[in-house]
Design a protein around this ligand. Sequence first.
Ligand SMILES: [Zn+2]
Length: 298
Amino acid sequence: MKDVLISALSENQEVRVYAIRSTDLVEEARNIHHLSPIGAAALGRALTASLIMGSLLKDEGSTLTLQFRGDGPLRSIVVISSPLGECRGYVGNPDVVLLEATPTGHLPVGKALGKGSLTVVKDLHMKEPYVSTTQLVSGEIAEDLTYYFASSEQTPSSVGLGVYFGKDLKVEAAGGFLLQLLPGASEKTIATLEENLRKIVNVTDILRKNDDPKAFFDACFGPLPYTVLQEKEVCYRCNCSKQKMERALLSLGEKGLQELIDDPKETTVHCEFCQKDYRFSQKRLLELQESLRKNKND
Ligand SMILES: [Zn+2]
């Protein structure tokens, strides 16, 4: 099974569910960032959610950013996704180790993140991006996003996310779902959904039993008939390049570049998302500075 995101609609058109398998991409993120299990659980949950939320944006060039900031040892989680099914991200402290599990046996991501805020940025290529900040409810990611949907988007939703580790601490299953009530949902449908959701104790149990995100549909819809809509492959991908890093250097201006040129140490620009280092020689820095001067005189 590949990592995929699938959506489905109940036949009565009252509820929509997005389901995702993200096992491979969360394992890739764990390797790129050398994450501790709790770091991988936190980033994995956030990446998984960002892919679902990013797919809700209409324009292919748009991006969705989730920034979790807390006062706990993990400090922060930043993830970016696009409607094309690509995501990337990093955590403030990849080495966090907290030994005690939550009462449900999960890694204590909320404790690692602590108290703080969630900022959602939707860049839809308009003049100003849409930015919304809410308080973290528990720092457990899924609960924080459920609260975000209720308070900032006025959409009654339920988010389930999970990352499961094998004995070798590799990611063995990762995925989740977003269930959203559509306008006009009946009390009867809501009661059925609440009953179904109550039965989901462990999100990754569902994927471990059946390595197909469609299994989340059966769990969420229960007896409600539904139709599967779209299916899309998802992956971890960083879009950094030497050119982008040069643009960042140019934004320092002539003076800022001069400081780097005067510094005997080699200039490297680090990408937080893929951990790649880009090296720039004095000669290249002088060329960039010269191009700024030229543009000014034109
Ligand atoms: Zn990168």
